[in-house]
Design a protein. Structure first.
Length: 236
């Protein structure tokens, strides 16, 4: 995380010397396909993935300089990973996380591109069987993990920093294991399959691909009243 802190510090140092630095805040929601990807499940002859869906909502703060910016998102996420056994859905893993994003955003020509890391803070994980029984397996997963994020889309409303609305696509893939290997490997998680890791352990990472919508309001900007005058931050 120290590299993220350095990145923000350099951004502030550069932006506060310019007249077009502004801060905005907003609300956002995203929904799409979700899964807990594990190569051992993919390779197993009897197990497969079914379609899982998830939804996230929360807020963001953006620190912007002209076309460039750093955004911090905090979203409450509820996802699921559905598993099939011999072609029939066997059970679903429901997972709830608090997701913290630190993203670089490039905004040009009414479009945007964003990329960066995300921290997944696990709140709850439950295995839900087809017969309706549930098992709390939160303790078998790590408290946090990290993902890489790539997104792009278009500005539907405004681009001047006072008010804007964007619509786009976002893709997320886990970079570190969500499963506690010490506890999860002997039990064959995420699917509780004996012998799942006989050929070697594979990590379990979250995946998301879907739509994102965001509304932003400008908080203020840094500017100069006249040439040579001392700059100041002006609240909108």
């Amino acid at each position: 995380m120290k590299y993220f802190t350095i990145l923000i510090s350099l951004f502030f140092a550069f932006s506060l010397s310019a007249q077009s630095f502004y801060i905005d805040a907003g609300v956002k929601a995203q929904s799409g396909a979700t899964a807990l990807i594990n190569q051992s499940v993919n390779d197993h002859p009897n197990w497969n993935y079914d379609i899982g869906t998830g939804f996230s909502f929360g807020g963001k703060v953006g620190f912007n300089f002209e076309d460039h910016g750093i955004t911090v998102d905090v979203l409450l996420n509820n996802g699921e990973s559905a598993f099939e056994f011999d072609g029939n859905q066997n059970f679903v893993t429901d997972y709830a996380t608090t997701d913290i994003y630190l993203l670089y955003r490039l905004s040009r020509y009414r479009g945007y591109l964003e990329l960066g890391p995300k921290m997944n803070l696990v709140r709850n994980v439950t295995n839900r069987a087809i017969d309706g029984t549930e098992e709390d397996v939160t303790d078998l997963y790590l408290d946090n993990s990290y993902s890489g994020v790539l997104g792009f889309g278009t500005y539907l409303i405004g681009t001047d920093g006072r008010f804007s609305g964007i619509f786009g696509l976002r893709f997320e893939y886990g970079l570190t294991d969500m499963l506690d290997q010490t506890l999860g490997q002997p039990l064959g998680l995420p699917i509780r399959q004996d012998g799942l890791y006989d050929d070697g352990y594979n990590t379990t990472v979250p995946f998301f691909a879907g739509l994102v919508f965001e509304l932003n309001w400008g908080i203020g900007y840094y500017g100069k009243a006249s040439c040579g005058a001392r700059g100041k931050f002006i609240f909108l």
